[in-house]
Design a protein around this ligand. Sequence first.
Ligand SMILES: C[C@](O)(CO)[C@H](O)COP(=O)(O)OP(=O)(O)OC[C@H]1O[C@@H](n2ccc(N)nc2=O)[C@H](O)[C@@H]1O
Ligand SMILES: Nc1ncnc2c1ncn2[C@@H]1O[C@H](COP(=O)(O)OP(=O)(O)OP(=O)(O)O)[C@@H](O)[C@H]1O
Length: 316
Amino acid sequence: MTVNTTVTVRVPAKVNLQLAVGPGREDGFHDLVNVFHAVSLFDEVTAQDASARRSRPLTELTADGGTGTHLARVPLDSSNLAARAAVLLAETTGKSTPVDLKLIKQIPVAGGMAGGSADAAAALVACDRLWDSGMSQEDLAGLAARLGSDVAFGLVGGTAVGTGRGEILTPMDSPGRFQWVFALSPHGLSTPAVFGEYDRLFPDAPEPRESPALRRALAEADTAALGRALDNDLQPAALSLLPELERTLDTGRAAGAVGALVSGSGPTCAFLVGGGDEDPGTVEARRREVVASLEGSGLCESVVTAEGDVPGAVLV
Ligand SMILES: C[C@](O)(CO)[C@H](O)COP(=O)(O)OP(=O)(O)OC[C@H]1O[C@@H](n2ccc(N)nc2=O)[C@H](O)[C@@H]1O
Ligand SMILES: Nc1ncnc2c1ncn2[C@@H]1O[C@H](COP(=O)(O)OP(=O)(O)OP(=O)(O)O)[C@@H](O)[C@H]1O
């Protein structure tokens, strides 16, 4: 049998196509209807056997990444979600050797695109392989849910609806490929702070409901209908904390985006620029317009393009 001493896993970011948020629960979370869509903006997590290391903490971690990722905000200690994932797997299986985790980040940090959660999902898959712990997909999903509400989605990717606090996942029928532009903010937003602002703004929030229009638009790969159906209940809360995001959304809409919304808890703004049933030339022209307008606006730190959906964590 081949023994792996280094395993690399690539994992995508997400955008939430619908995020319906119910009232606050007693455990501090909110029931959600959370339509996740994985997009081709990837982090890579490499797990390397470190049995030879003299000091023997279970994990040591380094991070590197592109512009706009804000590496300074990524903890390099045991609080990093990727390190916590490795520790949880080791505790659960009893199988572990010290491991060096190397993160290469493209997903914006604290951007509402589930970067930390993606890294945790990737670390679970990488360490499972490195330690040959033989967990089933279901076991890994259970560990993922304990690490955070968005982590389980990082394992599966694609397009899926999350209920409960977002961790109970059901894949959705979405045969289309959609093109996106993301406006990265120089600021970060804290997820608990955004949920807290939501509670303040909407003290009587109704139970969350799935949008039939969104489900239909995805199943029919109908870009215009998808643009109309995009909906994020956390958007007013993110805009309340960071009002300039309204201008970013308006800039992308005015440049021809088919749909625009804040991604998850923000502050990244997501613009649907086409795909599905549309002519590729039209989509490309629209994408260029949206990118140029956002770049020229002076409102964003950087602008990136991606397509979705894409699969979840995969070994590379
Ligand atoms: C905003 C989203 O990214 C949308 O996908 C997620 O709902 C947040 O997922 P996450 O970052 O994995 O969140 P967790 O690490 O599980 O929780 C962080 C904090 O967010 C709030 N939180 C999160 C999920 C949820 N269903 N209700 C909540 O109120 C809670 O204050 C919680 O303490
Ligand atoms: N591997 C990691 N990558 C990035 N941030 C991490 C990581 N591990 C822990 N963190 C911490 O988590 C915070 C939130 O980062 P993250 O990039 O996951 O936010 P997010 O994309 O807004 O999350 P979500 O969309 O799931 O709510 C960071 O400010 C950082 O302190």
